[in-house]
Design a protein around this ligand. Structure first.
Ligand code: SAH
Ligand code: SF4
Ligand code: F3S
Length: 478
């Protein structure tokens, strides 16, 4: 038996009780006001899976507060933008989309518009929203998610505008949650990040790293399986440091957490992301191999193939150390599917540095690669570094890298042809005619095949007969 490990950074129970009280008060307010029709809430989510998971809490709280959920802003009384700050482009889209809500606010002055998530954790964003978007009533960063009922109460009942950011970095257990009906689900095991990679805004907007207790993680895990979820992704900015940082030390580290969850009986898969190469241990790979439910899928961002650039990025490993981790993972985990993230055009990246990135991609042969152009973020160290590579040159590097990876992805996919794979069917296939379903392999590869919709949520064996860069296609067998 494991000992009981509750996070020392847990939100105080009285504080959570206060928020539950606010949910009831907002519910009463909503019931007493308006024309008797149920008010609706619309949540628009940007960014990563961590934000998807936060949006499930926002929707859960909205349901508790008497709102129904809707999938567009037109008829909503509460519109929440759950935003991402990781690149400039994402932020510009949010400003545009928030601006487009003005017409709804003019039609219905009681409409409440909230901007939450990572952008709300940036001072300059909060200032701009305060000044130039007077119809936005709530600006609250992801660290303040649990305070949403109190903030909404302040707006609805006291007519205030609420701006909150920063505050203590805590783990808030017990928030309501509303998940999509899907076979896939997100399970945050930790929040925040202490790594301060020099390009990255996340540690500033999500605060210091803190982990949920193994008990809380397992309880949510079991609940998700009870709800019919069969593919659970454990989330954290660096899951390999779960329960281990300057402020907390759990007996249960990340591999032990995987072992603990793997003991829960049932037919399901566990995935996790993201793994930081500096903390990806041989033991993690052994556990991936030995635990029946843990998918043979590793997302291990490398960011650059040049040790000089990695040092500037404050990543804490060299090119050789990264390659060593890949070697160890592949030795230990049979049929490992390996995916990664990379940044092109980091300040000071020379043609020679970029060629090291290309050669790393050619040497490792990832199954898939998420390729980003460097975007300077206000307040990060890299934003102050001289960056004189012309954007056109960075664009050309980006295209060269994408072409190399696309060829590798296609070759990797071609090698699946003729094989029969066990897949979990998760829905109707996008961009395909009626009767096509989408599914995922253990390694997370997308498979499309023809079949009846009653297969959704179930496992199937599919013989692979075709492929594209992005997906495999096949026929159901057996
Ligand atoms: N915690 C994860 C990454 C979270 S952000 C990790 O360490 O791997 C997801 C990806 O966005 C990163 O891996 C990185 O490739 C990219 N990214 C982060 N900041 C960026 C920036 N300023 N410009 C471009 N890409 C960035
Ligand atoms: Fe950002 Fe680095 Fe933390 Fe990932 S590990 S969230 S890239 S600072
Ligand atoms: Fe995720 Fe974007 Fe925030 S990537 S952590 S939503 S900055």
């Amino acid at each position: 038996m494991q000992e009981n490990e509750s996070s020392r950074l847990q939100l105080d129970g009285d504080e959570m009780a206060r928020q539950i009280g606010y949910m009831a008060r907002v519910r009463d307010f909503n019931a007493a006001s308006g024309d008797g029709r149920q008010k609706l809430c619309y949540v628009e989510t940007y960014g990563c899976q961590q934000n998807e998971a936060d949006s499930e809490h926002l929707r859960g709280m909205a349901l508790e507060m008497g709102y129904g959920l809707t999938d567009g802003p037109e008829n909503a009384s509460l519109i929440v933008f759950n935003t991402c700050a990781v690149r400039e482009h994402a932020e510009q889209r949010v400003y545009g989309n928030v601006g487009a809500m003005l017409k709804y606010k003019r039609r219905d002055p009681s409409l409440v518009i909230a901007v939450c998530g990572c952008m709300a954790g940036e001072d300059h964003v909060a200032r701009r929203l305060k000044k130039s978007f007077p119809y936005v009533s709530i600006v609250a960063d992801s660290r303040s998610l649990w305070r949403f009922p109190e903030l909404l109460f302040g707006v609805l009942v006291n007519g205030r505008r609420e701006f909150v950011s920063g505050g203590a970095d805590v783990v808030a257990e017990g928030l309501p949650v509303a998940r999509d009906r899907s076979v896939k689900g997100w399970l945050p095991v930790m929040y925040g990040c202490d790594n301060f990679c020099s390009y990255c805004i996340v540690p500033y907007v999500r605060g210091r790293e803190r982990s949920r207790s193994p008990e809380a993680v397992e309880a949510q895990f079991r609940q998700m399986l009870d709800e019919g979820i069969r593919d659970v992704t454990l989330l954290g900015q660096n899951v390999n440091s779960y329960g281990r940082n300057a402020r907390e030390h759990f007996e249960t580290d990340f591999p032990a957490l995987l072992e603990r969850l793997d003991r829960v009986p049932g037919e399901y898969r566990i995935r996790f992301m993201t793994s930081h190469p500096k903390d990806a241990s041989d033991r993690l790979f052994d556990v991936m191999r030995d635990c029946e439910h843990v998918a043979p899928h590793l997302h291990l961002p490398f960011q650059s193939g040049s040790t000089a650039i990695l040092r500037q990025m404050n990543r804490g490993y060299t090119r050789e150390q990264y390659l060593d981790r890949v070697r160890a993972a592949r030795e230990r985990v049979p049929d490992l599917v390996l995916t990664s993230d990379v940044i092109v055009g980091f300040p000071g990246e020379t043609e020679a540095d970029f060629e090291e990135t290309l050669s790393l991609v050619e040497a490792v042969r990832f199954d898939a690669l998420f390729t980003f152009i460097y975007s300077p973020r206000v307040g990060t160290r890299a934003a102050a570094m001289p960056n004189d590579t012309p954007p056109e040159e960075i664009g050309r590097r980006f295209d060269r890298l994408v072409a190399v990876q696309n060829a590798i992805s296609a070759e990797k996919h071609a090698a699946y042809e003729g094989k029969t794979l066990r897949v979990l069917t998760d829905g109707r296939a996008e961009n395909k005619p009626e009767g096509w379903l989408s599914a995922r392999t253990g390694g997370g590869r997308l498979v499309v095949f023809e079949g009846d919709e009653s297969l959704i949520g179930r496992w199937a064996d599919v013989k692979i007969t075709g492929h594209t860069t992005w997906s495999l296609s096949g026929e159901r067998v057996g």
